[in-house]
Design a protein around this ligand. Structure first.
Ligand SMILES: *[C@@H]1O[C@H](CO)[C@@H](O)[C@H](O)[C@H]1NC(C)=O
Ligand SMILES: *[C@@H]1O[C@H](CO)[C@@H](O)[C@H](O)[C@H]1NC(C)=O
Ligand SMILES: *[C@@H]1O[C@H](CO)[C@@H](O)[C@H](O)[C@H]1NC(C)=O
Length: 480
């Protein structure tokens, strides 16, 4: 999902909160320090202060803020035949588990408040009065997506996921949620893009971890399962794997083809769309810099500029633009196997014909999964590349250097699709690394670190209502 009103913020600078690793303090070292002449340099004072702190920690047995580096896995759930993918977090003391959409297209965490009366039917709600570590920041919180909006207040508490913990994570506690935004058992959303586009101006959970060195490797990754077109698929099916701090080599083969995010554009996970083919025909594209794509696990389909999307469908014999309820979508003959490939500066990656075929409308007419989405504003992505594409690759989101990588799914990963396995229960893992988030973003200006202003998003059109009806048991989430 991508918020409609991404607040322009300067890139949060991660202050290095940890001094150089201080040697385990022995009495001898302490004596050595205390005997030194007092005219220390600031660095020496800092080292001394760290050594004092470490010796007290050792003495009293308190855990350091980063226990050790680590890596973790969250088994995710595929909801409504590839419409959405959610994982599990735990919030508060004692910890309470919640399911949240894992969304690389936005940067805020929020969950439904116990006071929520609309849009929260049947979902687990957060009761802040039951958490001894909750702090009400008494600031309002709101975020808008293409599919709806959520609003409430901003709070702070311990948040855990996949064996990681952030002691003072800021998040929205939402009592107003528009209908069709949360589908039970999902209670909220975990934004996995950069802090620059956080509506609450908070450091996202993942960024707090990676900035504080909690991860073995500065990456997170997704392997998403496919159930679309599977007639007997359940509403909830195993969704694949989300990892933090490592990539799981059992889930891909060959190399990960990393492509850098354009310089100083860490906001969404942006890559230029440099190649688009349908069958053997290339579709003409504008220059890379004006053709950025947000790689977005929180959006179901793939949306792009109508001029280019219509040129793509023009290559499919018998395809026509939809009208009425299907405006901005395209209808094509179901017996055509459509093979669309996309490249982002490197290798070309195919969307399987099965993923392209969103749903049959009649016996012979099918709806395509790539639709018109005209987003205006410089610096805005022209494309939203969602799960229709991401199911076909192992995707890696790398903090440093900022880049997105794709790799071929392994046979092990492919075998997890259409498997009809057991839906994972919340997988939180034992906490191996705990961090304290930096004291919020030191931001107030509307430019990023490079001085380039980021435009606010224009509100985007919602998915035509009738589409959710057409999909019978499935729904499409296009959160922009
Ligand atoms: C936080 O405090 C505000 C009043 O300042 C209140 O409206 C809101 O419901 C509180 N939020 C939570 C989660 O307790
Ligand atoms: C990697 O994925 C495989 C296949 O799902 C799984 O069996 C294995 O436990 C995973 N490894 C780690 C370290 O999570
Ligand atoms: C789709 O096209 C690519 C080349 O563009 C090819 O490698 C791949 O095998 C094709 N897939 C199908 C299902 O036809």
């Amino acid at each position: 999902m991508i918020p409609s009103f991404a607040i322009a913020l300067i890139l949060a600078i991660a202050f290095d909160v940890h001094a150089a690793p201080s040697p385990h303090s022995s009495a001898g070292q302490t004596m050595h320090l205390t005997r030194r002449s007092p005219d220390r340099t600031p660095d020496e004072w800092a080292a001394w202060a760290q050594a004092q702190k470490e010796s007290l920690r050792t003495k009293y047995g308190a855990a350091p803020s980063v226990a050790r580096r680590g890596s973790g896995t969250n088994l995710i759930v595929n909801q409504n035949s590839d419409s959405a993918y959610y994982g599990s977090i735990a919030v508060g003391t004692p910890p309470v588990a919640f399911n949240v959409i894992l969304d690389t297209g936005s940067s805020d965490l929020w969950i439904a408040d116990r006071r929520c009366v609309t849009g929260c039917d049947g979902v687990a709600k957060f009761d802040s009065s039951q958490s001894s570590t909750f702090t009400n920041l008494t600031t309002s919180f709101s975020i808008k997506y293409g599919s709806g909006a959520a609003a409430g207040s901003l709070g702070q508490d311990v948040v855990q996921m996949a064996g990681f913990s952030v002691a003072n994570q800021k998040f929205g506690v939402c009592d107003e949620v528009s209908s069709n935004l949360l589908y039970s058992p999902v209670s909220g959303l975990m934004g996995l893009a950069f802090s620059t586009i956080s509506s609450s101006r908070s450091t996202p959970f993942w960024e707090a971890l990676v900035q504080n060195g909690a991860w073995d490797s500065p990456v997170m990754s997704f392997q998403l399962t496919r159930y679309i077109g599977e007639n007997n698929a359940n509403t909830l099916e195993p969704g694949g794997t989300f990892t933090m701090g490592f990539v799981n080599q059992s889930l891909y083969t060959g190399d990960i083809d990393f492509q850098d995010i354009p310089a100083n554009q860490e906001s969404y996970w942006l890559l230029p769309l440099t190649g688009l083919t349908v069958g053997n025909s290339a579709v003409a594209l504008p220059t890379a810099s004006s053709n950025l794509a947000a790689i977005d696990t929180g959006t179901t389909l793939v949306g792009g500029p109508s001029a280019i999307v219509s040129a793509l469908y023009a290559q499919i014999p018998g395809a026509v633009a939809g009208t009425g309820n299907y405006q901005d979508y395209y209808i094509y003959p179901c017996d055509t196997s459509v093979n669309v490939s996309m490249s982002f500066g490197g290798k070309s990656w195919s969307i399987s014909p099965q993923d392209f075929k969103l749903t049959p409308l009649t016996q012979t007419q099918c709806l395509g999964a790539i639709f018109n989405l005209d987003i205006s504003g410089t610096g805005s992505p022209a494309w939203i590349v969602g799960d229709t594409f991401l199911k076909n690759v192992y995707s890696v989101f790398r903090y440093n250097p900022p880049s997105v990588g794709f790799a071929e799914l392994s046979d092990t990963a492919k075998a997890m699709s259409n498997l009809r396995g057991t839906v994972p229960s919340p997988t939180l893992g034992a906490v191996s690394a705990e961090v304290t988030a930096n004291g919020g973003n030191t931001v107030s200006s509307t430019t990023n670190s490079a001085g380039r202003s980021i435009n606010h998003w224009a509100p985007l059109r919602l998915i035509p209502m009738a589409l959710s009806i057409a999909f019978a048991s499935s729904f499409v989430l296009v959160y922009l």
